[in-house]
Design a protein around this ligand. Structure first.
Ligand SMILES: [Zn+2]
Length: 142
């Protein structure tokens, strides 16, 4: 799914005052789209972490099925969340008039560059990537 954010922002910028209820409804719609984008950002981040983990394991000739499984489960949950958000958005879009003005108030989660920093696992004290979901040593959720 592609969302043309430049277009959305431009449309939002052109918006004059409109009926309060309409503004609230559309703000909710905007929030859903942002939730969706944020979930997709989280998905990409988690997939990248899984990729880095699998690469690191393969490179070192190691296995950690439990940790890989945890990442796969985390990714599945995010994918389910995205499907749910898409479904709700589609339902809502279907009931709206086609040419409503758009209002967006949101905070975007920025996709961060690959982590260069590390933090210490509170459970076992191992050094793990700053944005890792799970400790690669003991599997604790961080
Ligand atoms: Zn740990």
């Amino acid at each position: 799914m592609n969302i043309d954010f430049d277009k959305i922002l431009a449309t939002g910028a052109q918006l004059a005052d409109s009926a309060k209820k309409t503004a609230v409804d559309l703000a909710n719609k905007g929030k859903k789209q942002v939730d969706l984008l944020n979930a997709q950002t989280r998905l990409h981040k988690t997939q990248r972490q899984l990729g880095a983990l699998v690469y690191s394991l393969a490179k070192n000739g190691e296995e950690n099925d439990l940790l890989v499984k945890k990442y796969v489960e985390a990714i599945s949950r995010i994918e389910e969340e995205i499907e749910e958000l898409k479904k709700r958005e589609a339902e809502q879009t279907a009931t709206e008039s086609a040419n409503s003005p758009l209002v967006y108030t949101y905070t975007m989660e920025q996709e961060e560059p690959a982590a260069e920093t590390e933090k210490v696992c509170p459970q076992c004290g191992a050094l793990v990537e700053e944005d890792a979901l799970f400790c690669k040593h003991c599997g604790t959720q961080l």
